[in-house]
Structure formats: C-alpha cells, structure tokens
Design a protein around this ligand. Structure first.
Ligand SMILES: [Ca+2]
Ligand SMILES: [Ca+2]
Ligand SMILES: [Ca+2]
Length: 393
C-alpha cells in the first residue's frame, strides 16, 4: 500500500496534510479543493486502486490513467470513512495515475474537497512497494484475484470487510490487446429459483440496487421508496425477463429489454445474461434485491462493491434463496403489487381459486406454482410466505 505521504506521489500545488485521521492508512490524508490540483504517481503494473476519504464536504475527483479520465464522487455522510475506488485496469507496463481536483460536487455536498488516503498497485509493483509483488499479471478485464480482506470503517459503530484484491497469482492472460478506460459501468448476471414451483415459464423480475451510503442522505426533495418508484440511493431495473434452464435456474434472457428507474430509460440483456447497470456508480457499496412478479423482494447480497464491467464476482448465484410467492398483482389496482403480503393477497388468491378455470387473468394473479391450475397448492405457497417473512425484505 502506498500512503498519501509516499515520496513517489508528486503533488501540485496546494494540497495540505491532514493527520490523526482514524481509519485512514497511517492515519493520514492529503487534501485539496483547488481546481486542477493533481496528485501524480508513475507506476508499473496492471491495476490500480485509489482510496479517498468520503465526507459531507467532499467533492468529485477525476481519476486519470494515461489520459483516460473517470469521475468519482467522494461525498458521503459524516464519519463515512475511506473508500476504495477501482480497479482501474491497464495493460502490463508503465503508466501514470493522476488524481485531480475538478471542483465539481454532488448537490448535497457542502464543499469541493478531495482527500487522498492511499493507492494500491497490482501486477507489477511501483516504486512505492505496492501490493502486487511477484504474481503473473491478471488480464485487463479480470478483477484482482487472491483477495485480501480490508477493513473499511463505514460509520460510527460499524465496519465492513470487503475484498479489495491482491497480486499473488493473477488471472488468465487476456486475448486481444485492448485496454479498457478506467472506471466505467458495472454489469451483473444472476441466477435465481422460485419456491415451490412445478413449471418454469419465463417470468419477470425487478432488481433493486441500493447505494447504502447515498440512501442515508436523501436530498430534501427526494421521496422514499415506494413499491413502484425508487427512493434515495436506489435504482430499479424493472421487468427483466428471466428464462429457466432444465434445473429450474432462471437467468436474465439474452436480447430482452428492461426498464430503468430513475430516468425511465431501457436496457438490453446481452452476452449470456448480463445486465448493464446504467446510472449506478462503480466502486461504491450496494445491496441487491430481487422481486418476482408474484413474489416478495429479498435482499440477495449486501455490502457489495460493484466494479466495472463483467467482474467475475458479479456473476451471482442466488439459487439458495428461492423467491417466495405471495405479493400477487392486484387486478383492481392495475395489476400492480404493493410490496406487502397480507389479507388482501390471501383474498385475491382465494377468490381466483374459487373461480377456478384457466382464465389468464386469474392464473396471472394466483398461480404461484406456475402449473396452469388454481388450487390449494397455490394457497400453500402464500401461507408459507406469510408464516416466514410477510413483507418485502
Ligand atoms: Ca494515508
Ligand atoms: Ca400485496
Ligand atoms: Ca397452481
């Protein structure tokens, strides 16, 4: 790890030393809010991580490698601590990393400060003796392997352990020679199952991505999460078409489109089930939750850092936590769900079963085991959900 005071980092022009910072490496930071101030490190390696301090008075920084720039936002609530941004992957060889004060900020931020704590280089080792060491460099699109745990304080009473990479073994060499720009957009793929189903037709789900830090600090005008619209720090990737394999494992279906909120844009599933999380900043800490078309929403992973591209850690297997049926679409409310499992759902399923038959609207509401028949087996799935976890998350 290369500390902010390492002589290999050159600063221009008005950076100040900040000392006795609990949680920071060597308890130090180097801080500036002067436009175009830079911290520069020349290094040899294949991947860089930059640790910056987050706080209310922090602005945005550009992280620039060999001229390719990525903007990061270091605004955070009080006692946010220090956060790793990266990986910024490059081809093997010599590179220049610049952290630049751009004097831009999140509307919630009170000032423009950028505060550098430390840098890590993998796949080569810079003059400063970074963590890379002796391993074979990993490919530019591969995440660091042989992971090392790192404690990052995220609040006054809590800590979070994430894996931030290590340089021991290295991933397989890439084919092709392109070098991705630093930063970018995260992609995820996920496998899920449905509880108690007999058949597995295509279904639609919602992926909810929550920025756990931004969630804590809503703008005054921002309303809370409703079942239909995202709240502070949240993104809804809605109406994702999921297709099951012969083992009943669903993945996002190639070539289908989905809707993104906020912003009301659309995306397309590509590359074997990968979703591009447009709008979601990389290098930040998220929880991911999935809600099915007749199911409650379940948090599948918490405290996960999303990185650029199809990082291998972002191909999730969530099949151990099957989606539970119960929050059924209500025909008297535009066939919307309300994110609550209660007597209304019981009554909707009960009346659909009593009507019987194979009316598509009734099956859409209440056929919780997807076998095309409405009967007590569907009610059994609902009562199982009621007995365990009635509402979303
Ligand atoms: Ca430091
Ligand atoms: Ca409901
Ligand atoms: Ca059924």
């Amino acid at each position: 790890m290369i500390d902010d005071r390492d002589p290999n980092i050159s600063y221009a022009t008005t950076w100040v030393n900040v000392n006795n910072v609990t949680g920071a490496y060597k308890n130090t930071l180097k801080r500036s809010k002067t436009p175009n101030d830079t911290a520069t490190l020349n290094f040899t390696g294949t991947s860089a991580w930059v640790r910056l301090s987050e706080a209310q008075n922090r602005g945005m920084a550009a992280i620039i490698i060999d001229g390719a720039s990525k903007t990061v936002d270091t605004y955070g609530p009080p006692n946010s601590g220090v956060v790793w941004f990266g990986p910024y992957n490059v081809s093997a060889g010599s590179h220049t990393l610049v952290i630049k004060v751009i004097h831009t900020k999140n509307p919630r931020a009170t000032d423009f400060n950028v505060a550098l704590d430390a840098i890590r280089i993998y796949g080569g080792g810079p003059g400063g003796g970074g963590g890379g060491g002796t391993g074979t460099p990993g490919g530019p699109t591969k995440p660091p392997v042989n992971l090392l745990p790192e404690q990052i304080p995220i609040g006054s009473k809590d800590t979070l352990t994430i894996n931030i990479g290590g340089g021991g073994v290295g991933g397989p060499s890439p084919t092709g020679g392109t070098t991705p720009a630093p930063g970018g957009t995260a992609q995820v793929r996920f496998g899920i199952k449905l509880y108690g189903v007999e058949k597995t037709p295509d279904i639609k789900v919602r992926l909810k991505v929550t920025d756990l830090v931004a969630q804590l600090t809503p703008a005054p005008s921002q309303s809370a999460d409703t079942c239909q619209n995202p709240g502070p720090g949240q993104f809804f990737f809605k109406d994702i078409t999921m297709s099951a394999d012969s083992n009943g494992v669903y993945h996002p279906k190639d070539g289908t489109t989905f809707n993104i909120l906020p912003g009301a844009t659309t995306g397309t599933v590509s590359g074997g089930g990968w979703l591009t999380l447009s709008g979601v900043a990389t290098g930040r800490i998220y929880s991911l939750a999935v809600k099915g078309e007749k199911h409650v929403s379940s948090i599948m992973v918490n405290n996960v850092v999303l990185n650029d591209g199809q990082a291998s850690g972002q191909d999730f297997d969530w099949t151990a936590k099957p989606l539970q049926g119960g929050d059924v679409p209500d025909p008297s409310n535009n066939s919307l769900q309300d994110c609550i499992v209660n007597a209304n759902d019981v009554s909707l399923v009960k009346s659909a079963i009593e009507k019987g038959g194979n009316d598509p609207a009734n099956l859409n509401t209440a056929d919780l085991d997807y076998n095309g028949v409405l009967n007590s087996a569907d009610m059994a799935i609902l009562t199982t959900t009621l007995s365990t976890k009635p509402d979303d998350e």
